[in-house]
Design a binder for this molecule. Structure first.
Ligand SMILES: [Zn+2]
Length: 164
C-alpha cells in the first residue's frame, strides 16, 4: 500500500499555508513520498511550481469521501469526524493534513502548529506532523503499512519493517 500525504488547503493563515506547501515539497523531494493538495478554498493566491497534483474538490465532497464514517480514522484520531471537522455546524476541513493509503488513515485534528494549544498538541496539529515527516518520516508513520509511530520504535510493531 503506497502512502500519500494530502493537504486540505488553504490553511486560514497565509504563513501557515506557505509553510505547509514548502514542507510538502520537502517531503516529496527529500523522501520521495507522494504528496497532493486538495484545494478546498483558495484563500492565498496561486500555488506555483508544486511538484504533484492539486485538485479542487468541495469541502462537502472531501468530508463525505475521506472523513465521515471512516472507522480507521475514527479509531486513530479518537474523535468523531463530526466533532473534529465541523465548527458550529459548518465543515472545517481546510488547513488539515491526512495520511492516505487505500483510504484516509489519519488526519490532523488541530490546524496550524502546537503553539497556543498546550502540552500534547503537537501530535495532533497539521504543521507539526508535516515538520516531523519532512525531518524523518518514521518518526510519525511506517511508510510500508501506514502504522502510526511515536519515534521510539526501531521496527514497525505492525509489519516488522526496520525504521531508520
Ligand atoms: Zn509497518
Amino acid at each position: 500500500m503506497g502512502v500519500i500525504v494530502r493537504y486540505y488547503a488553504d490553511a486560514e493563515r497565509r504563513d501557515w499555508h506557505g509553510h505547509m506547501v514548502s514542507l510538502l515539497e520537502r517531503i516529496h523531494d527529500d523522501h520521495d513520498i507522494p504528496v497532493e493538495i486538495d484545494r478546498i478554498e483558495a484563500r492565498h493566491g496561486p500555488i506555483d511550481a508544486f511538484p504533484e497534483a492539486i485538485n479542487h474538490p468541495t469541502a462537502e465532497a472531501v468530508y463525505e469521501r475521506d472523513l465521515k464514517n471512516n472507522r480507521v480514522l475514527i479509531e486513530n484520531i479518537d474523535q468523531r469526524p463530526s466533532e473534529a471537522y465541523k465548527r458550529s455546524g459548518d465543515l472545517a476541513v481546510a488547513g488539515h493534513v491526512a495520511i492516505v493509503g487505500d483510504d484516509v488513515h489519519w488526519a490532523s485534528t488541530l490546524t496550524g502548529d502546537a503553539y497556543g494549544y498546550g502540552p500534547g498538541a503537537s501530535s495532533k496539529t497539521a504543521i507539526d506532523f508535516l515538520e516531523d515527516v519532512a525531518d524523518s518520516p518514521s518518526d510519525r508513520l511506517c511508510v510500508g503499512c501506514l502504522e502510526l509511530l511515536d519515534s521510539e520504535e526501531n521496527y514497525c510493531p505492525n509489519c516488522g519493517r526496520p525504521l531508520g
